[in-house]
Design a protein around this ligand. Structure first.
Ligand SMILES: Nc1ncnc2c1ncn2[C@@H]1O[C@H](COP(=O)(O)OP(=O)(O)OP(=O)(O)O)[C@@H](O)[C@H]1O
Ligand SMILES: Nc1ncnc2c1ncn2[C@@H]1O[C@H](COP(=O)(O)OP(=O)(O)OP(=O)(O)O)[C@@H](O)[C@H]1O
Ligand SMILES: [Mg+2]
Ligand SMILES: [Mg+2]
Lengths: 265, 265
């Protein structure tokens, strides 16, 4: 059974893309087949995974707006043979307005992903263990599509004050999607990111999140580490860029925890 | 003449709100009349300025969707007598979809602001020197309205790799708005934020931005400083929370540079 994780948080800059890319890379390094779907018009995940996404490249845009098949737009990441990516291009930035008046505007990604995974399931070696969907910093139709397509929600939370402000709205949106569009959706994972243990603020935010979400919040926290932010400029994840760095260790640890949880952890 | 600055960048977490709040507070501390318009559904600027913005509070949502007057929703910030704020509430998160099929969907904020400033101009003591509009991390209709209402664009750029990726799209959008909706709009100011001088990455990004935008990029850069991120949890700007911190000094410096530029600097 393929796990489909939607990485979302309307607060900007909290580590959605960094988490998507590095958890995906760590799972791929461990031998699992992973597909990343980049649904952020900025295309940061596509950049970090080293896949071509200049304007006009077949991408998630064609899947949303033209009903293209995922099989026709997916690319293999140069980082691992078992790591694939559906890129996002700038064309996607107009998609939300285009989607508003389209038929089944909230379920277009789900239908495309279901068809792709069903077809893949027949060819054993390409069956995907994980699909991870990176979202833009908003709760618009691109993120709604990602919630409808996913089975689990992974929320990265930066250990900063503003991080807590938008959380209840995010949880409400997940509940709304669960009620009306996707009954299988559940908030399974919260990951604390850019944790700087020298500051009180980080500790306070982390304590508060663990108190409110004791079972969803991973034991592993991701420390602030400059290697993490350098890696994308080399079109790499930190897992391959600097395997011994604190960021790489933490993301490998987080990936292991996520994977263990599925197996009844 | 009132300067209207739109603070925008679709990349999340780059310091849009922090820049809006702290530049506004520094200008107010220097005796200028400042109005902040919060057009981000997260309402982070409203929080940092200490104004009430629970759901249902009269806010920018009513201005966008019901055609309410700004005079009816504006609140004074407890931080300075000459600092005012039009708050954003969670109601705003549905506004973008509501706006799509509305008449003059791109100019609703401009018309409301023009009417407000025209009425204020007759009562001398409340004439505003600055209006600063905080945007959400996207280039949707809320940001388009802010570009149409503004005369200048201020782009905060975090000294990180992803920061450069979305820049050309942002500049193109500003050009598009200038051509079709607001001929007075110009990219006047770029501010480098969260600059950590210990890392090569920050220096490389800063050098690249200064090379491409020599005249718009402020001399002042904002260092990463934990006091800056603590201030909003006390409903304060760093200017009042910790006046002697490196963040407060830098934001006062940036505000002075912005104000000098208008006076033929
Ligand atoms: N653990 C970390 N240590 C240091 N820097 C980090 C870490 N995690 C993320 N960053 C950096 O912080 C910035 C924000 O992270 P990222 O872009 O992944 O967030 P995001 O939530 O995807 O942003 P957006 O809302 O724009 O999509 C990036 O420049 C990234 O390189
Ligand atoms: N100079 C700084 N030093 C330390 N922390 C900072 C600094 N500037 C901003 N921050 C922190 O970084 C985070 C992102 O900043 P901010 O929320 O202002 O960005 P934004 O662009 O408005 O985000 P969004 O895209 O979600 O609207 C916040 O938690 C803020 O407190
Ligand atoms: Mg991202
Ligand atoms: Mg903001």
């Amino acid at each position: 059974h393929t796990r489909v994780l939607t990485v979302a948080n309307q607060k900007g800059g909290v580590g959605k893309t960094t988490t998507t890319v590095n958890v995906a890379a760590a799972l791929a390094q461990a031998g699992l087949n992973v597909l990343v779907i980049d649904s952020d018009p900025q295309g940061n995940a596509s950049t970090a995974l080293g896949v071509d996404h200049h304007s006009g490249t077949p991408s998630i845009y064609e899947v949303f707006v033209d009903g293209a098949q995922i099989a026709d737009v997916v690319q293999r990441s140069p980082q691992f043979d078992n790591l694939w990516c559906v890129p996002a291009t700038l064309d996607l930035s107009g998609a939300e307005i285009e989607l508003v008046n389209m038929v089944s505007r909230e379920t277009r990604l789900r239908r495309a992903l279901d068809a792709f995974l069903a077809a893949q399931a027949t060819t054993e070696e390409r069956r995907f263990d994980y699909v991870i969907i990176d979202c833009p910093p908003s709760l618009g139709l691109l993120t709604v599509n990602a919630f409808t397509a996913g089975n689990e929600v992974l929320i990265p939370i930066q250990c900063e004050y503003y991080a807590l402000e938008g959380l209840s709205q995010l949880i409400k949106t997940v509940e709304l999607i669960k009620q009306h569009l996707n009954p299988t959706l559940r908030l399974s994972t919260i990951l604390l990111t850019m944790y700087d243990q020298r500051t009180n603020l980080a500790r306070q935010v982390a304590d508060e999140v663990r108190e409110h979400f004791p079972t969803q919040t991973l034991e592993t926290t991701i420390p602030r580490s400059v290697r993490v932010s350098e890696a994308p400029s080399y079109a790499q994840s930190v897992i391959t860029y600097e395997p011994g760095s604190s960021g790489a260790l933490a993301y490998r640890e987080a990936a292991r925890e996520i994977n263990d949880r599925a197996n009844g952890g």
